[in-house]
Design a protein around this ligand. Sequence first.
Ligand code: ACO
Length: 420
Amino acid sequence: MSSYKLDLDGKSVELPIVVGTENEKGLDISNLRAETGYITLDNGYVNTGSCESQITFINGAKGILRYRGYPIEQLVEKSSFEEVSYLLYYGKRPNKSELEGFKAKIGEYSVVPKEIIKMIEAFPKDAHPMGMLATAVTALSGFYPEFVKSNLNDDEKNKALPLLMGAFKVISAAIYRHVSSGSMKLNSQSSLNYPEDFVSLMFDKSDEDVAKALDILLILHADHEQNCSASTVRMVGSSKANIFASIASGINALWGPLHGGANQAVIEMLDSIQADGGDYKKYIELAKDKSHPFRLMGFGHRVYKNFDPRAKLIKGSCDKVLAKLGVSDPVLDIAKGLEAEALKDPYFVERKLFPNVDFYSGIIYRALGIPTTMFTVMFALGRLPGWLTQWKEMIEGDSLKICRPRQIYTGETLRDFSDQ
Ligand code: ACO
């Protein structure tokens, strides 16, 4: 069956069936309103495909995540963040010289105008780093005017990834330096790989173990198909807003605690459970209590209903990283206790709620010496190639349309303003 016939109010419409390469099926409802007057209503886009995409495949029931067809487990083991970023954005694995050329290009762009550093310094030191990041990325538009237009040529599109990866690395490190009152002298070293250089920009020394742990986290965060921030990037980009504005919108969407901001919220939750005596079972009960606003942060996912493969890999590396760095963090035991308790509790089992990517990542970031308010910036650093890839696929698509959902109006009907 290649289409589905729907009859509504005596009118009928043929809805084409779209089948993906992994046999995912969708109904194309583009003609529904024109033919029948109906729209579909899907609060939170729980069941709405916003695009066809060739970038990332997720099977939530089976806990599968693949970038361009490659399983995340293999990429974590055998690849690097730079290679994964190249793979996502350019759509193919780089050969050795392409990868070297790409790293050199990132190095070229790993300098940020001093005015942007000054802008970061102008923020109060206790301002949230995500606000600084979004501001600094938007401000890049003033320094790269050739990218501030709706139709970038191929050369400009090719440069956009190394440009933003280079700038993002330096901006993120500058934000860390500012909030931790460090020196604002930032010298990127092109001889180092991306995570090594980032660690060196942050701490003035590079540490192989820290950089390796970071590389894995960056790969695991690099893309996640049509999540809240990627969809925001696509939506803003669909208005032909420039690339800096589109990426900054993704940063702002990621900031929320139900999305990337959950990594900060998890550590704050674990710390407060510890400060409250460590009785995590009490918090499991609170999370189940619908009259209480508490939710178990780092638990649950819109798509994964079995396990989040990223969380599995991060949990696996958490013990290793802490042991290697000689760090012991008491909240790790609380996190493991919460997880074990939740996984046997009918409330969590019935709702298919499992630890997500944010549940254990904060414990690693903290072991690496990164302050809690910087955690979501770390997520953004990893997600940048995914956002840019989603933006590029959208802008290059044959059927680019401004994203503009409809609504069912439930407000007042016509009334006269003079009535009172
Ligand atoms: N703690 C307690 N209950 C939860 C939780 C949680 N963390 N997550 C979901 N539930 C419950 C809901 O109350 C709801 O119960 P009900 O059916 O009795 O009303 C049910 O599980 C379904 O939850 P929804 O909120 O409808 O699921 P949705 O897909 O809309 O939300 C989300 C997914 C936002 C991730 C949610 O699980 C959540 O708030 N988790 C905590 C925040 C978090 O960790 N976010 C990071 C997600 S990963 C990422 O974005 C990078």
